[in-house]
Design a protein around this ligand. Structure first.
Ligand SMILES: NC(=O)c1ccc[n+]([C@@H]2O[C@H](COP(=O)([O-])OP(=O)(O)OC[C@H]3O[C@@H](n4cnc5c(N)ncnc54)[C@H](O)[C@@H]3O)[C@@H](O)[C@H]2O)c1
Ligand SMILES: [Zn+2]
Ligand SMILES: [Zn+2]
Length: 337
């Protein structure tokens, strides 16, 4: 079978590998779509921390189930996606029902070889039913589940102001599920084009461009001087994360979905007087995946808008570098095979 390997930063090459053997408890999938994630782009750039090369990238996947191999409730030919975070099942987090932050987690396409391949085998217990979704939609479930998980961590209540900082592919998922939870969403970014996308396609209540005007003043005007009950970072930008603390209402929650390498800094008295809660949000759980599938099925979300670039598997090598250039306006590049 054909695979695409990231040999080292800046170098992709097509190779041949045998179709993987079917081990006990694993299912065989013929890959049909691969969504390209910031993680894949950063791995290619060489800016993804703790990354080993060579590596087959790709974790936003959908395909046809060729061998269910005993997977309960699945039949040959089903359209599927799967949860690409393979957990140990025995560590403290797994035992606590948090496999998304397993101590020994292996993310498919990050810690182990992933889905830029014609066929993959995955643990049968990771499979997720299509419920009638298309291959495109199924490949968008994983990044949306990251957003759903962040919103679920915050326990957003109807009527609360939810400030989502960063309107990239991850932020879009956060925005969608904050709206579905009944939150009054404020989308914040420095990229006018992405904010415009939020206004037209996601129907957000308010947008704030950090590059234009006083942010605090705008937030006060929107929230009646209370600021946002929930702030969710989806930038992964250190400055943005540090600034986010002051946008929280008294009694507020701050969820970090975005990730950066440095240290977070905030004023303790400001944090204390709010009796604020700070949380990180890692990956997503099966419940989040199922919530996303249902939301697409019920047309609460139409993520097809996110796909700005389409390419066949054979042409990925030549197009990949271009997706790193912000001028190309990529939200989601989708590979078909
Ligand atoms: N929680 C998880 O498990 C998980 C999974 C995937 C990705 N992530 C993280 O989510 C973050 C976002 O991912 P993405 O793919 O959407 O990234 P992205 O770079 O496409 O989007 C980030 C957005 O933040 C905006 N931004 C940057 N600096 C800003 C600032 N100072 N103020 C306001 N907006 C600013 C950018 O303009 C951009 O639109 C990354 O940090 C990524 O590592 C987390
Ligand atoms: Zn991803
Ligand atoms: Zn574990």
């Amino acid at each position: 079978m054909k695979v695409l390997i990231c040999e080292q930063p800046g170098e992709l090459s097509y190779g041949e590998k045998p179709v993987p053997d079917l081990a006990e408890g694993y299912s065989l999938i013929k890959i049909r779509r691969i969504g390209v994630c910031g993680t894949d782009l950063h791995a290619f750039e060489g800016t993804q921390p703790y990354f080993n090369y060579p590596r087959i990238l790709g974790h936003e996947l959908s395909g046809e189930l060729l061998e269910p191999n005993g997977a309960k409730g699945f039949t040959k030919g089903d359209r599927v996606t799967f949860i690409p975070y393979f957990n140990c099942g025995v560590c403290i987090a797994c035992k606590a029902g948090k496999p998304n932050c397993c101590v020994k987690i292996n993310v498919f396409g990050v810690h182990i070889d992933g889905g830029m391949a014609e066929y993959v085998t995955v643990p049968s217990q990771s499979l997720v039913h299509s419920e009638g979704l298309s291959f495109d939609e199924l490949a968008l479930v994983e990044p949306l589940a990251i957003g759903a998980h962040g919103v679920n961590r915050a326990r957003v209540q109807a009527g609360e102001y939810v400030l989502v900082i960063g309107a990239g592919p991850i932020g879009l998922g956060v925005i969608e599920f904050a709206r579905i939870a009944g939150g009054k969403v404020i989308a914040m970014d420095i990229n006018a084009e992405r904010l415009e996308f939020c206004r037209t396609h996601l129907k957000v209540d308010h947008i704030i461009n950090v590059a234009e005007g006083d942010v605090i003043q705008q937030l006060n005007a929107i929230t009646g001087n209370n600021m946002a009950e929930v702030v969710i970072d989806a930038t992964g930008n250190q400055n943005a994360i540090n600034n986010g603390f002051q946008y929280m209402a008294h009694g507020g929650r701050y969820v970090l979905v975005g990730l950066q390498k440095g240290e977070i800094k905030f004023s303790h008295p400001e944090f204390h007087k709010r009796e604020a809660t700070l949380m990180s949000s890692r990956n997503a759980t099966r419940a989040d995946f199922e919530q996303v599938v249902l939301a697409i099925k019920e047309k609460l979300i139409d993520p097809n808008h996110y796909i700005t670039h389409r390419v066949q598997f054979d042409d990925v090598k030549q197009d990949f570098e271009g997706w790193l250039n912000p001028a190309n306006g990529v939200i989601k590049a989708m590979i078909a095979l």
